[in-house]
Structures are given as C-alpha cells and as structure tokens.
Write a protein that binds this ligand. Structure first.
Ligand code: GLU
Length: 391
C-alpha cells in the first residue's frame, strides 16, 4: 500500500486580483531582490494597539508583504512576539499571580490567538504557515539544534512559512531568551539566512536619543564598528521584553558572521518589500555583513556561552597560537587550569591568564581527564580546530 502519512495539501489563493499582473511582473524582474533567504522578526509593540489588543490590520499588512516576497521566490521565516500581550488583553487572572505564572497563563492563551490570526491571514494570501515553538535549551544541545534545523528546513522546502515564537509556557526563567531578538538571531544563524530584518517601533539606531534635536538616524553600521557615536537606549518596550541594547548586540554578532541585519520601523507601510526591492529609500539601520562566513558548527558555538559546562585557562603560548592567523587546535600542553564538571563533547569556555574570554569549544576530554592531562604532551587536541570558536 502506498501510504504517505505526511501529505502537504496546496491551497489555492482565494483572493481575486492578487495574481501578479504583467506590468507588476516586469517590474519585479527589473527590481531584482537583494536576498533570497530572510528572517523577519516582529516585536509585540508593532503587533499591539495602545490598549494591548492585537493590531490585526498591521498583522495583515505584514503577512501580505511576506506572501508577496514568497511568491517572488524568497524563503521567509517569521519570528513573532505578541503571545503574552494577546493573552493579557484576553484574560484577567482570578487571583494575584507571580510573574512566572502570569507569563504562562497569558502566553498559553495568547499564542492560540496569535497563531490563529496568522493562519487565517496567510490562508487569505494562499500561503500555508506552521507554528514552531522553541526554548533556549534547544539551542544548547547539538542534537536538538540539528533536529530543530531539520524541522524548519522541511517546512521551507515544502513551501510552508515557519512562524516561530519562544515557548513561553515552559521556558525556565534562568534559561529564557533575553527576548525574541535573540531568538531571531539564533534562527537566522542556524538556518544560514542571508538577512535578518528586525521590525521595531523606531526607524533604527540614532546618534543620540531620537527625540533630541540634531539626532540623526545611522543608516549603515560597518562590521566591527565600536559603539562610539551610537545612542543605544537600555529602556525596554511596553509590551515585549526587547530593547535596543539586545538588538544592537544581536545585529553586530550576526553581521560579524556574514549575515545582513536591518533594524527598521514595523509601522511603516511596505517596509519589508521596500527593503527587499531596494525601493523608496526606506529609513533603517543596516548592519553590513562581514565578508567572512562562519562554519555551521562555529555559528552554533558562537551562541552557546550559556550552555558552557566548564572553563579552562590557557598559557601565553597557547593564547598566541590561537590568536594567530593559523588554523590551530587547543592542545593539553597549553592548559593551565580547569573548572567545572564536563564530559567529552560538552562546551567549555577558554580564558587567558587575565580572565579574558577568548572563545568556546566542544571538548574531546572530560574535566576529570583534563585535570590529569593538562600541561602534558597528549597529541589528541583538547578542542579540535573544527570545534573551536574564537570571540
Ligand atoms: N515571546 C514573547 C511573546 O510572544 C515575547 C518576547 C519578547 O518580547 O521579545 O509575547
């Protein structure tokens, strides 16, 4: 019997007049798209009205743009906040709850509302979307990480748009994403995307507080630029957990890995399509990508600091070797001390004698073995070059 348990049914676009006309088609061919694989992150403040209710017309406009880009051949992953805000507007707790319980109550109720709206709105555009909920812990274990990557790859290959959010109902407070900006960065890196567009309620980063006279939008940030001359407010947004500080850190890190990052205003009409078509000169801050692309393992390691099980301190000779241009592994002979308890295959931090973090890597030895072998002449590397990420 030919039994296919997973059958993806294509749905026909329901809306009339949404098909691309000849003029539109020629227009799109002339305006070639800048990216073919993008992550779009939308914050709670963009998706909610001042009274806290979901702003359905704004969601509809974003979905319309994503559907258009998809029809033009762009793979899009949508990372969306809004569950907690939607739940808070929907249900009032019967008794006073602690912050964890109220987050669980609101996100559990609100995520249903949020994804239902997305499913309806994408359906109207003739596009299928799927819900992917994840936690930070899934990024710490390489096996879970690859499983999650496989899931999203399968969705994309089947023309389905992954709609991703943190699984706020079960995330452990100490191991939550700082906010969905961090989550979107991890996804963009994991899926090897070309660009991440973070939609916020401002146009981007400014030279001083945006409401100060003379403050100017910074349009381009070159890789490895310092924060000098950039005003980064530490204030959090009203409905979400995010803020400019994490956006800046995530954007710089990703750009350093060769991924283009835009911080742009989600309130502006056609912002996504304008960015992708390089049209109408929309206001945004663009973090230019560094030329160097990191390998898959290094990208994973670069986001794994929270999951490190231990630490090794290395001597000056090993430090010089690691920081040179050569491809070198970290050997036992360079290790002076070990802390923490780790097994072979766990992630450990590498520090110099002054306590500076030099990098992270996946070890080939346990902490017990390292205690015995450190400083010795063991030929098998403690961390092989392929599993070494230098900050
Ligand atoms: N995951 C949270 C939500 O859906 C949002 C986290 C954030 O604000 O970035 O409400």
């Amino acid at each position: 019997m030919n039994f296919n348990p997973i059958k993806i049914r294509r749905i026909k676009p329901k809306t009339k007049g949404k098909k691309l006309g000849l003029i539109q088609l020629i227009f799109f061919m002339i305006n070639s798209l800048s990216y073919k694989k993008i992550v779009v992150k939308v914050g709670s403040n963009v998706l909610t009205k001042p009274d806290g209710m979901l702003n359905i017309s704004r969601m509809a406009h974003l979905v319309e743009q994503i559907a258009q880009l998809k029809k033009e051949g762009v793979q899009v992953i949508l990372v969306t906040s809004g569950a907690v805000a939607a739940g808070r507007a929907e249900v009032e707790s019967l008794k006073k709850l602690d912050p964890i319980s109220s987050r669980q109550l609101w996100s559990a109720v609100g995520q249903v509302k949020l994804i239902n709206h997305y499913a309806d709105l994408f359906h109207k555009q003739g596009v299928i979307c799927a819900q992917v909920l994840t936690t930070k812990e899934n990024f710490g274990d390489r096996h879970h990480y690859l499983n999650m990557r496989n899931c999203m790859q399968t969705l994309l290959e089947n023309d389905v748009i992954p709609v991703v959010n943190e699984n706020d109902t079960i995330s452990v407070t100490e191991l939550m994403f700082t906010d969905n900006d961090e989550l979107s960065g991890l996804i963009a890196s994991m899926m090897d995307m070309e660009a991440l567009i973070i939609l916020s309620n401002v146009d981007g980063l400014y030279t001083s507080a945006p409401d100060q006279p003379g403050s100017e939008l910074i349009r381009i940030i070159h890789p490895h630029r310092t924060t000098e001359g950039i005003s980064i407010s530490a204030t959090k947004s009203d409905f979400g957990r995010g803020g400019m500080l994490t956006k800046y850190h995530i954007a710089s890190k990703l750009a350093g890995q060769g991924i283009s990052v835009y911080i742009a205003n989600g309130f502006k009409e056609r912002i996504l399509t304008d960015i992708l078509h390089s049209m109408n000169q929309p206001a945004f801050t663009h973090f230019l990508p560094a030329a160097k692309k990191s390998s898959g393992v290094r990208k994973w390691l670069s986001h794994s600091d929270d999951f490190a099980r231990g630490e090794v301190v290395i001597n000056e000779g090993a430090r010089t070797a690691l920081l040179s241009d050569k491809a070198v592994s970290l050997l036992m002979i360079g290790i002076t001390s070990v802390t923490g308890y780790f097994k072979e295959g766990d992630i450990v931090r590498i520090k110099d004698g002054m306590g500076n973090l030099l990098g992270l890597g996946k070890t080939s030895f346990s902490s017990d073995e390292t205690m015995v072998e450190k400083g010795g002449k063991k030929t098998k590397p403690f961390i092989h070059y392929d599993y070494l990420y230098l900050v």
